[in-house]
Design a protein around this ligand. Structure first.
Ligand code: GLA
Length: 417
């Protein structure tokens, strides 16, 4: 008995050790990360004389950290303030070879900014690149991986986005996990966002998702988002077409990342903003805004802070949704969520997304069965964008009828009974 249990304990410890040595296993991002990141809206604006409120600088990130709290986003779950590209000096420190933040735009280095972010209850994210240079041409990590991982830990970083410009694509499947191991070895828990599949897919290679989810907390699968509905639609199409290959790999601790939320910027209408937020929530996407938080109109802020939609995104089961059907340019996207009732019947979030541009709201009729909702006891249905609406109880044979605005979305929760 004694021998059996000690052999068992030894084997268990050995397996644990191997597991820690092999995987990321940092216990982070059990639901998709939420926060704010500079790239989509502020790009590589570095001229602080011309654009004092927009340039990539300590001031930009302090301002947005503060706004995240004062404008109520932090209460809604947004947590990470992430510096994207263009924060670095063009050269490493001559002696130590350490990365150096731009001395004009981050005159105090990154520690005081990290302290401020932490003091107001938020977390701090930072961009780097696996290659020789970042996409905007600043020094990358490739020859200094250990030093840089330790520097991130010394700067109290909580989230690392590692891009893949100026890198050898064939090295990535080994190099990205290696950098994740080095982050882990610092002892500081850091969410690890990988861009390696986006570069492989662009080059026509199929990423190894089994390895990805073992080594990264989230990963960019596809192209960068831009400020337009076309860009949102292209990403939706990529995820819709490739869902059999991609969707099964999402789950607590490891997520597909369709890129940032555009809401609050120039390119999306009110209806289109609701559309992106709904589809991103169905996709269990990281909800990382990139906008000027001081300029977000109240009705768009309401969408970004809609607790019921956020709850879909953050559902504890972590099952990514899918595009389940498409008819007359109305796409139905559906995601199994809690509560789960007897016979293992899930509740569902269902988005009816219009790809139509003809002016009138378009009437659609589906039975619940056609939507894949088979719970015999039925579902209690509510409109996630309308607090006052209770649509009542629907059973699998019942018809569900709704009208969807052009380029808009209707978004419902079907709670299983
Ligand atoms: C790549 C990434 C973007 C952004 C830029 C920065 O294009 O995909 O998200 O980080 O680089 O240069």
């Amino acid at each position: 008995m004694y021998r059996a249990s000690s052999v068992f304990l030894g084997t268990f410890l050995l397996l644990q050790l191997l597991h820690c040595g092999m995987g990321l296993d940092n216990g982070l991002a059990l639901t998709p990360p939420m926060g704010w990141m500079s790239w989509e809206r502020f790009r590589c604006l570095t001229d602080c004389e011309l654009y004092p409120n927009e340039c990539i600088s300590e001031q930009l990130f302090r301002r947005h950290a503060d706004l995240l709290v004062t404008e109520g986003y932090a209460d809604a779950g947004y947590e990470y303030i992430i510096i994207d590209d263009c924060w670095l000096e063009k050269d490493r420190d001559n002696k130590s070879q350490k990365l150096v933040a731009d001395k004009q735009r981050f005159p105090n280095g990154l520690n005081p900014l990290a302290d401020h972010i932490h003091n107001i209850g938020l977390k701090f994210g930072l961009y780097q690149d696996y290659g020789t240079n970042t996409c905007a041409g600043f020094p990358g990590v490739i020859k200094h991986m250990q030093l840089d991982a330790q520097t991130f830990a010394d700067w109290d970083v909580d989230y690392v986005k590692l891009d893949g410009c100026y890198a050898n694509i064939s090295d990535m499947a080994v190099g990205y996990p290696e950098f994740g191991r080095l982050l882990n070895a610092t002892g500081r828990p850091m969410v690890y966002s990988c861009s390696w599949p986006a570069y492989q897919e662009d080059a026509g290679e199929m990423p190894d998702y089994t390895s990805l989810k073992q080594h990264c907390n989230l990963w960019r699968n596809w192209d960068d988002i831009d400020d337009s509905l076309e860009s949102v639609a292209q990403i939706m199409d990529y995820f819709g077409k490739n869902q059999d290959r991609i969707q099964p790999h999402a789950g607590p601790g490891h997520w597909n990342d369709p890129d940032m939320l555009l809401l609050g910027n120039y390119g999306l209408s009110y209806d289109q903003s609701k559309l992106q937020m709904a589809i991103w929530s169905i996709m269990a996407a990281p909800l990382i805004m990139s906008n000027d938080l001081a300029a977000v109109r109240p009705e768009i802020k309401d969408i970004l802070q809609n607790r019921k939609v956020i709850a879909v995104d953050q559902d504890v089961l972590g099952i990514q949704g899918r595009r389940v059907l498409s008819k007359n340019q109305i796409e139905v996207w559906s995601r199994p969520i809690t509560p789960v009732v007897s016979n293992n019947q899930h509740s569902y979030a269902v988005a009816f997304a219009s790809r139509r541009s003809d002016g009138a709201p378009y009437r659609i009729v589906f039975t619940l069965k056609e939507l894949g909702l088979h719970n015999a006891a039925g579902y209690d249905v509510e409109d996630l964008y309308d607090d006052t609406s209770k649509l009542g109880i629907f059973r699998p044979a019942n018809q569900f009828i709704t009208r969807v605005n052009p380029n808009g979305v209707n978004f419902y929760k079907f709670t299983a009974l």
